[in-house]
Write a protein that binds this ligand. Structure first.
Ligand code: GLN
Length: 476
């Protein structure tokens, strides 16, 4: 498949039309979407209209932008003006946001063609898309397996060739883990680097938007386009996004990489083997790789599964049958509120709201929420100590390759999928998942590179090197 960069330059220089490019992707969707179910909605008509306008812009000699005519799929928790945004939940049925998320605006301004909205675990709570109210997405590499989650639809869309680029959101790993399971690149940027204006909130102290792409350079380009200050998001960092595309080929000579020992425990052997191969490749490229300890990551998962539900219980209070989407019948307002929430939310969402409310309730606050926040501080300190003499950290992205549907129906087993990804969310650091080799049954493996805050440039540089050393990738 052509990279997004190649497609955009072909379109800008009239070697291809945006319309033909779009047609190719729509044909792939027609051929495979029935099996994969990556999308909640394919916005064919608008996409054709926009592609036509891009071609007109090129014909008139004007510059349509760095993503000219490139189809992009959006996770269905990103607000799109006058286009249904469901979060794969029944409670938002029929809701059409009156505005575009900032990232959507920036993509449009760069010439991208929004091709549709992708499936997710309801409100981004999950690691397999099995919690979607509209049925799961299937892994394009093996339809009997999950694509990961919660941004499983976005990862599958890129892996299946439905779009060269997609956006997802990552609260505890929801971009990186599905990227790993589907064999594509996925990035969680530094907290605050990408505006969340128009991202439906799950756990606001963790949520970040980031790209999926087939290669590292495409992901870097997307981050440059969607990143940078936005006055509409008060957590947005008041500086422009750093240059990420230049210097990707610099290699890793002299880089000091730490391999996180705690994140090699309890991980499947086939995955660990690829992480060691990655470490060898980095060493061969002139980096040093040594085993480091970040002790607090052992408590990361526990802390995350207290704080994230606590924040979710507060964020999801707005779905009351009055302001958005669904409304169930009730004899008076409170009865209508609770009937709407009971009918509109799936089991996982209800469980999280209850857990979160409990963790925040008087008498339990210090024991659960307060303690979890302390783990967060400890994790920051542990990472700082390691970064005092390391540039980057290496770990698996997911403890296993893509698993079969129903295999992790016990919630604790599902939550363990996030072991390696939640630490970066707890501290707000950036991390990327890069495909590297295969594991059990030939399924893709992803390795994770973590960096200190705003360390994206070096992170992408190392990721690009790893990609260049990775075994040949199979196509989905
Ligand atoms: N799997 C994690 C959860 O269920 C992370 C989800 C996410 O990053 N949105 O909370």
């Amino acid at each position: 498949m052509n990279s997004a960069r190649e497609l955009a330059s072909d379109i800008r220089e009239s070697r291809k039309s945006a319309m033909d490019v779009l047609e190719d992707f729509l044909q792939t969707i027609d051929a495979k979407e029935r099996d994969v179910h990556a999308f909640n909605l394919v916005d064919r008509e608008t996409a054709i209209e926009v592609a036509g306008k891009i071609d007109e812009t090129v014909a008139s000699g004007r510059d349509p932008g760095p993503l000219a005519g490139v189809p992009v799929a959006l996770k269905d928790n990103l607000c799109t003006r006058n286009l249904a945004t469901t979060c794969s939940s029944r409670i938002l049925e029929g809701w059409e946001p009156p505005y575009d998320a900032t990232v959507v605006q920036r993509l449009r301004a760069a010439g991208a063609v929004i091709i549709g909205k992708t499936n997710l675990d309801e409100f981004a709570m999950g690691s397999s898309t099995e919690h979607s109210a509209f049925g799961p997405t299937r892994n394009p590499h093996d339809l009997t397996r999950v694509p990961g989650g919660s941004s499983g639809g976005s990862a599958a869309a890129v892996a299946a060739g439905f779009a060269p680029l997609a956006l997802g959101s990552d609260t505890g790993g929801s971009i990186r883990q599905p990227a790993a399971l589907c064999g594509v690149v996925g990035v969680k940027p530094t907290y605050g680097l990408v505006s969340r204006y128009g991202l439906v909130a799950f756990a606001s102290s963790f949520d970040q938007i980031g790209p999926f792409a087939d290669d590292v350079a495409d992901a870097a380009l997307v981050l440059e386009i969607i990143g940078g200050h936005d006055p509409l998001d008060s957590t947005s960092i008041p500086s422009p996004v750093p240059d990420l595309s230049h210097g990707l080929e610099r290699g890793v000579e002299g880089l000091r990489v730490g391999l996180v020992s705690e994140l090699l425990e309890g991980i499947d052997e086939d995955v660990v083997a690829q992480v060691h191969q990655t470490a060898d490749a980095l060493r061969a490229g002139g980096a040093t790789v040594d085993l480091v300890s970040v002790p607090a990551v052992e408590y990361g998962l526990t802390a995350y599964y207290v704080i994230a539900p606590a924040e979710a219980s507060s964020n999801l209070a707005r779905y009351d049958g009055v302001r958005y989407g669904l409304r169930a019948e009730g004899s008076e307002v409170a009865a209508m509120n609770s009937a709407t929430r009971r009918d509109g939310f799936g089991d996982e969402v209800i469980a999280r709201v209850m857990l979160g409310t409990f963790a925040l309730s008087a008498g339990y606050y210090d024991a659960y929420y307060g303690k979890a926040q302390k783990v967060r501080t400890l994790t920051r300190r542990d990472f700082d100590a390691v970064y005092a003499n390391h540039d980057l950290l290496l770990s698996p992205t997911s403890p296993s390759v893509a698993f079969k549907f129903g295999e992790r129906s016990d919630p604790m087993n599902m939550y363990r999928c996030d072991t390696c990804t939640v630490p970066s969310n707890l501290v707000g650091d950036p991390a990327i998942s890069v495909p590297f080799g295969t594991g059990e049954s030939g399924m893709p493996v992803g390795v994770q590179i973590m960096a200190p805050q705003l360390g994206e440039a070096q992170m992408f540089q190392a990721a690009s090197f790893i990609e260049s050393q990775a075994p040949e990738r199979g196509t989905a």
